[in-house]
Ligand binder design. Structure first.
Ligand code: GLA
Length: 403
């Protein structure tokens, strides 16, 4: 039984208004709680900041929990210890009506079986490494080719597919969940033992901050991101093509046909990649004269954020996205040099998500803040090398407002 586990877990739960706890199924199998995700139209009651948790099934005998971070304005984020997945994010529209603005599933088993990285922490190397091969300190490493002919998002079992340790905390103004894990030396053939923490903090200003840290005992490479698929009109509501996107980037990294950067830092001016002024996401997405859009099956590219200098790592606004209908606005800030805008090009209508609506191409956008794809093979790109004694430190903040 889970009772002993419950006792120690509840010590961390620092609110009286605990969520209903649902017991998972038999040990040894992937067990699933019967609790559905919050419905898109539900309006969480506002009040005090809280953080609660509930069992959400099991993976290889390991209990998975779902944490609910709630702020005083009623915004609520559900995070799984499996993959650090943002499973649900309830944000208000201009009339104060809440909707779940991230794609996902209502059951753990769906995440395990078929998730295209919905909401997950991606590591050790977010995005692609050409042919799964890189050289560091004269040693050549071969990663899994899981996105033929390249390696994608950390290989066969990346950080999105592990159960993380979780430590909740709260203040009057914020609810935080610190997730941590040790990635052993040679995991997915990456060198070095990596100690990683990812801390989600929901504040009363309707911001969700993600703070990543990592240290290593050998020279290694690292690129961490979160793979939330946003739809500001609510998940399952159709495409995001009418949503307005602005990217603070006058350059991007064009790719070859396998989505590996050519090494060029190209101006966006005069192309469908120019989002320096707001444009509807779908406005130019079918422009057949753009080889890059054909290569990506839509937008699936890294934009180079405009920074005052090459070494600048300050927190800057990377993107502003707005849904004219609901009035929801998402502001993305980051300390990273790049952002991958991906328009759900590979959602093919073969499965349904959290509210049992079928997800199709264009139903979401991601803003994966990151170092550039394939950086270990591109000496001109900002370095992704982490050495013993250094601390990888990266912050991205998604803030919700209305217009
Ligand atoms: C990233 C990649 C895409 C795709 C998605 C997951 O955004 O760049 O090509 O693999 O992840 O489906």
């Amino acid at each position: 039984m889970l009772s002993g586990y419950h006792v120690s877990r509840r010590r961390f739960v620092s609110t009286a208004a605990a969520a209903p706890f649902v017991i998972g199924g038999a040990p040894g199998v992937l067990a699933q709680s019967a609790s559905p995700a919050a419905s898109p139209a539900a309006s969480p009651v506002s009040g005090a900041v809280s953080i609660t948790s509930e069992p959400w099934g099991k993976l290889d005998d390991l209990p998975v929990e779902r944490f609910h971070l709630k702020n005083a304005k009623g915004m609520e984020v559900a995070i799984l210890t499996y993959g650090g997945i943002v499973q649900s994010l309830m944000a208000p529209d201009r009339n104060g009506t809440f909707a779940n603005v991230v794609l996902g599933f209502a059951k753990l088993e769906d995440y395990v079986a078929k998730s295209p990285y919905f909401g997950a922490i991606i590591g050790r190397y977010a995005n692609r490494i050409a042919k799964g091969t890189f050289t560091l300190d004269g040693n050549t490493y071969h990663l899994a080719i899981n996105n033929d002919p390249n390696s994608l998002h950390g290989g066969n079992r990346g950080f999105d597919k592990y159960v993380w340790d979780a430590k909740p905390s709260q203040t009057a103004d914020s609810a935080s969940l610190m997730l941590s894990r040790t990635s052993p030396d040679d995991e997915e053939h990456f060198p070095g033992t990596l100690q990683v923490t990812v801390t989600y903090t929901l504040k009363n200003d309707n911001s969700l901050a993600i703070h990543y840290t990592a240290t290593t005992d050998k020279d290694t490479i690292i690129n961490l991101t979160n793979h939330s698929y946003f739809n500001l009109a609510g998940e399952g509501s159709g495409t995001v093509y009418a949503q307005q996107m602005q990217l603070m980037a006058s350059h991007f990294t064009p790719t070859d046909a396998t989505a590996i950067p050519t090494g060029q830092i190209a101006p966006v001016a005069g192309t469908p990649f120019d989002f320096t002024q707001p444009h509807a996401i779908g406005e130019r997405i079918r422009d057949g004269s753009s080889e890059q859009l054909l290569f990506g099956h839509g937008y699936d590219h890294n934009w180079v954020l405009d920074r005052p200098g090459p070494d600048d790592k300050s927190l800057i606004v990377a993107a502003k996205t707005a849904d004219p209908t609901s009035g929801r606005v998402l502001t993305t800030q980051t300390t990273e040099p790049g952002v991958q805008l991906y328009t759900g090009n590979f959602l093919d209508g073969s499965f349904a998500g959290t509210s049992n609506k079928i997800y199709r191409q264009g139903d979401a956008f991601t803003l994966e803040t990151q170092h550039f794809p394939d950086s270990p093979n591109e000496p001109k790109f900002p370095s992704t090398t982490l050495k013993p004694g250094e601390t990888f430190d990266s912050t991205t903040i998604y803030t919700f407002s209305t217009q």
